[in-house]
Design a protein. Structure first.
Length: 493
């Protein structure tokens, strides 16, 4: 049975836009919702126009200035630290399978009133330079009104569930620590979003969701504009901002040409692409034979054109399980950041920061999925084999049996192995019984008669000519060989 390759779901392509890190703001593994963590990591904005057409005197990061793709995360040029702010994130993405096929466009939008507390807390560990997403495991379990999550220091901690029973249109919240209540679900948005200069006509209404059938929502290297009408109640005031599309990513050799031996073997998984100048991330979404899943995120130097997913990171994510499937995705992204927007309105139980930041991310992703072998099989020479019974890979890849041997439970067995065992046993544990037979002329003759037979009829003639004492002596040798010394090698147990 040969391993097969499958096309992955397009939304997986956006995973690489997230940063798997333990930060105070929290990190989400999906670029669709990873807003607070991404902006908190930025610290501040670098002044400078991102292109013509912006209004309101915006300050923006020059993430692709002079044809360069990438982020400008960190403090501002002046070193001034970031202040409290709301955050809006617009992600325009395109994903395409490495094996060929149509491109899938998508746009996701999220506005949160306070970037310091608007994202789900996730944590990761660094293994061989990559981030391996961690799953919290609280020792001893949690109470029925708690769940296992992360502390600010990334320690597994039992946290209180918001378990109030609320009516339709309401959501549970904590009006004070340890006390739950219900409040009306309130929107925080920027009104209608209209895009100009994009290859696809885009007008999005809250809650902002778009997945198309084909095409890209941005043009590589070209400037486009997003215009917001402004929130009807709580949210961002009207704005108009420009952004520049990232370069489209192309793996070379294609991800679909990576061999199964490379993916499911013992070495690092090689990945290569046409070099660029953006913010490039390699993501490996893995599934173990025990059905557990994990995600590995590795940052790479786009200009280098090649990197690898460390086997050590894969092993850490699998936690001892056999690798059953892996989806590789390579994502290049560009991020334009504006830090001078304003917000309005109020939300019950939440802080609405008056200053609003806006990040506009364009991302291009190529991906491919590899399906491994069933439990008990291994990839050998590019195919799934059962090493417990395959004579060419008996007990492991490349461990071949002799021509007259078979593979039983991962051990080569048959005439060659049996013969070698018998020869050794006659000089070892079975020597007394063998010597006693050969010392008796009738038993020695009977042994020679049996050894010379090629047919059942010949064996019957030898047995008929022997008396019982001779057969007893011969059977003593056979009992020692089959029942004691060579039970497995000769399969005569």
């Amino acid at each position: 049975m040969s391993p097969s390759s499958l096309r992955a779901a397009p939304l997986l392509a956006l995973i690489a836009s997230a940063a798997f890190a333990c930060s105070g703001a929290g990190v989400d593994s999906d670029a669709d919702t990873d807003t607070a963590a991404a902006s908190e990591a930025s610290g501040g904005a670098t002044s400078g126009s991102s292109g013509g057409g912006s209004t309101g005197g915006a300050t923006a990061t020059g993430t692709d200035s002079a044809g360069s793709d990438g982020d400008s995360d960190g403090d501002s040029d002046s070193g001034e630290p970031a202040g409290p702010h709301a955050l809006g994130t617009i992600v325009l993405g395109e994903s395409h399978p490495a094996a060929g096929g149509s491109t899938t466009p998508s746009v996701s939008v999220l506005f949160i009133p306070d970037a310091d507390g608007g994202a789900v807390k996730t944590c990761a560990e660094t293994v061989a330079g990559c981030q391996v997403a961690r799953v919290p495991a609280c020792e001893g379990g949690c109470e029925s009104d708690e769940y296992c999550g992360w502390s600010d220091g990334c320690a597994p901690t039992c946290l209180a569930l918001c378990d109030a029973v609320c009516a339709d249109g309401e959501a549970c919240y904590f009006p004070s620590p340890g006390t739950t209540g219900c409040k009306e679900i309130e929107a925080f948005d920027a009104g209608v979003l209209s895009f100009f200069g994009t290859p696809l006509p885009l007008t999005l209404f809250p809650p902002y969701d778009f997945i198309g059938d084909a095409g890209s929502p941005f043009a590589a290297g070209e400037t486009a504009t997003v215009k917001a009408s402004g929130a009807a109640s709580a949210g961002y005031d009207a704005f108009e901002r420009d952004f520049v599309g990232t370069q489209f990513v192309q793996t070379n050799p294609g991800l679909d040409t990576i061999s199964s031996a490379a993916v499911f073997g013992d070495s690092d998984v090689p990945v290569a692409w046409v070099p660029g100048s953006g913010d490039l991330t390699i993501t490996a979404a893995i599934t173990g034979a025990d059905l557990k899943s994990g995600t590995i995120t590795c940052s790479a130097d786009d200009a280098a054109g090649s990197s690898a997913v460390p086997r050590a990171a894969i092993a850490a994510a699998l936690d001892g399980a056999q690798l059953a499937g892996l989806t590789l995705s390579v994502t290049r992204r560009r991020r334009d950041l504006y830090t001078d927007l304003t917000t309005k309105g109020a939300l019950l139980g939440e802080v609405v920061q008056p200053v609003g930041w806006l990040e506009i991310i364009t991302s291009s992703t190529e991906l491919h999925t590899f399906v491994g072998c069933p439990e008990g099989e291994e990839v050998c020479d590019g195919a799934c084999v059962d090493t417990s019974s395959d004579p060419d890979h008996c007990g492991g890849c490349g461990e071949s049996c002799g021509e007259a041997e078979s593979c039983e439970a991962g051990v080569c067995e048959g005439s060659d192995v049996c013969g070698e065992c018998i020869d050794d046993a006659k000089m070892g544990p079975c020597k007394p019984a063998n010597d006693a037979c050969l010392a008796e002329p009738k038993c020695a003759a009977f042994t020679a008669c049996i050894a010379g037979c090629q047919t059942d009829a010949c064996l019957d003639e030898c047995i008929a000519a022997a008396d019982q004492p001779t057969l007893d002596l011969y059977n003593d040798v056979g009992f020692c060989l089959c029942k004691i010394a060579c039970t497995e090698a000769c399969m005569c147990g």
